[in-house]
Design a binder for this molecule. Structure first.
Ligand code: MN
Length: 497
């Protein structure tokens, strides 16, 4: 998917027959105008599709059933221009399976002080009509996003887009397939999880294929395709002399290219949206996939190392949410710390697999030994990452629920060239500060693996967690450890069954 415009959010206005023809005609006109305006708003990345006003339980039910059935529809934006008695909505909301955004807006921005009369008051009733609608969703314990403000306000469009992007990620998970080559890294706890529960909760399936199935496809790739991909590497990256044609390790570059082509073919043939591998189970693969994982991620595939399927699926969803935005999203690991007083930082990296979508400048393509796994030296892309606001997101399995943990961070420019570090890397300062941010992350049980995002905000992920019906825990500039600990305790109570 190159653009989110092929996905639709449906603009549904609620009313009732009591108002009569003339008023309902105006309601429909206003709704069409708002939907059309949002549809062409450059801040909104999906298609906004007007739907006729719903005025009865039957019409509400029908639009919810139609939304469920339409694969292009990723959510409903509901607005009560006039008063829509909300018992009419119970039947429809009970069966609605798509996310809902409650747009609490009003057709007129300003009160017309000189002209206002009871006709105006009776038409522009969302101030109380939307309260009636809010009640029924709260009474039914339904998750939804509430956006407040005039529909021509840029901040309103941006918030709608944030929710729509989350809905696109959520939609992408439904029926998605992720493949694991090999199981979890031996004895590791946080990358484990309940795949049956994940499929019920998230809609995606995770299944294992023996790495031999992959090796067979890798070995079937013809030499011509390998040669072409090697040429592509030489165009896109600064390829080290040893790896170039005539260089003494050129064959290693060809092996890396063959691995990438085999992996891509495997993913395409199986209609997989992401994968995991593990250095402990690579029988028949000559190198641990490095550049292959980096480039496949850049194309939009999810990836998790060491069997980490939860992070692979999260990386994929976040890539879909971010389609069209500048910057990138990558598999990441908190690797090592800089504890200089007053300038504390985390150095994020992985053994190899950082997505080139977050690279600053032209990556270099290098080969170095890997001190783990006992395989041949793997080829990888090495690069730095730019500064600015970013975040790390981690999905963990708490046993009775999934928790999505997000830490907002401030990425920093590299402070030195790091000539001996042969992997892609990024430096960041966790918010609100190193001590609080790291302590909160550890208390919340956050993984060492994350999805690092340069272009999504905590709000995207909060909306996403609400759509999934899972716990969301955020660590940001306002986090204080005492209240954070209480939040974790209170959340524990709210998930007791
Ligand atoms: Mn790892």
């Amino acid at each position: 998917m190159k653009t989110l415009k092929e996905l639709e959010i449906w603009f549904v206005t609620g009313s009732q027959h009591l108002y009569g023809e003339a008023t309902l005609k105006l309601v429909a006109q206003h709704s069409q105008e708002i939907a059309a305006s949002l549809n062409v708003n450059s801040n909104i990345s999906v298609t906004v599709k007007y739907q006729p006003t719903v005025k009865s339980p039957e019409e509400v039910y029908a639009i919810c059933a139609a939304a469920n059935a339409e694969s292009k529809c990723i959510g409903i934006v509901a607005w009560m221009h006039t008063f829509s008695p909300a018992k009419m909505w119970i039947g429809g909301l009970k069966i609605l399976r798509k996310p809902l955004l409650h747009l609490h807006t009003q057709y007129n921005r300003d009160i017309p002080w000189d002209k206002i009369d009871m006709d105006f008051m009776n038409l522009n009733q969302s101030a109380h009509g939307d309260r009636e609608f809010g009640f029924i969703m709260t009474r039914m314990r339904l998750e939804r996003k509430v956006v407040v403000g005039h529909w021509q306000d840029t901040s309103v469009a941006k918030q709608i887009d944030t929710w729509a992007r989350a809905a696109a990620g959520w939609n992408d998970w439904q029926g998605a397939r992720f493949v694991r080559f090999g199981d979890n890294m031996r004895y590791v706890a946080v990358t484990e999880g309940d795949k049956v529960e994940a499929e019920m909760k998230f809609g995606y399936s995770v299944n294992t294929h023996g790495v031999g199935d992959l090796v067979a496809i890798v070995n079937s790739i013809d030499d011509k395709a390998v040669g072409e991909l090697v040429n592509t590497y030489e165009t896109l990256y600064v390829v080290s002399a040893d790896l170039k044609k005539g260089g003494k390790q050129h064959e290693s570059l060809r092996i890396a290219a063959r691995t990438e082509l085999g992996l891509r073919k495997f993913l395409e043939q199986g209609n997989f949206k992401g994968f995991t591998d593990t250095f402990e189970d690579l029988h028949g693969l000559i190198q641990l996939p490095g550049i292959a994982a980096q480039r496949l991620m850049a194309e939009g595939y999810g990836f998790g190392a060491e069997g980490d399927w939860k992070t692979s699926a999260l990386v994929r969803a976040m890539k879909v949410m971010a389609i069209g935005l500048p910057g990138g999203n990558s598999f990441m690991e908190d690797y090592t710390y800089h504890f200089e007083p007053g300038n504390e930082m985390v150095l994020g990296a992985h053994m190899l697999e950082i997505c080139s979508s977050i690279a600053k400048g032209k990556p270099s393509c290098e080969i170095h030994p890997l001190g783990i796994g006992g395989k041949a030296d793997p080829v990888r892309l090495v690069f730095n990452v730019g500064s600015g606001a970013a975040l790390n997101a981690s999905m963990i399995d708490m046993g009775n629920r999934f928790r999505l943990l997000v830490n907002e961070v401030e990425a920093k420019e590299p402070v030195a060239p790091l000539p001996n570090l042969p992997v892609a890397r990024v430096l960041w300062k966790p918010l609100p500060d190193m001590k609080t941010g790291c302590a909160a992350w550890i208390l919340a049980g956050g993984a060492h693996h994350t999805c690092y995002s340069q272009n999504l905000t905590a709000e995207h992920l909060q909306d996403f967690a609400e759509m999934a019906g899972i716990e969301y825990v955020g660590i940001d500039a306002d986090t204080r450890l005492l209240s954070f600990k209480k939040e974790l305790k209170w959340n524990e109570m709210s998930y007791l069954k």
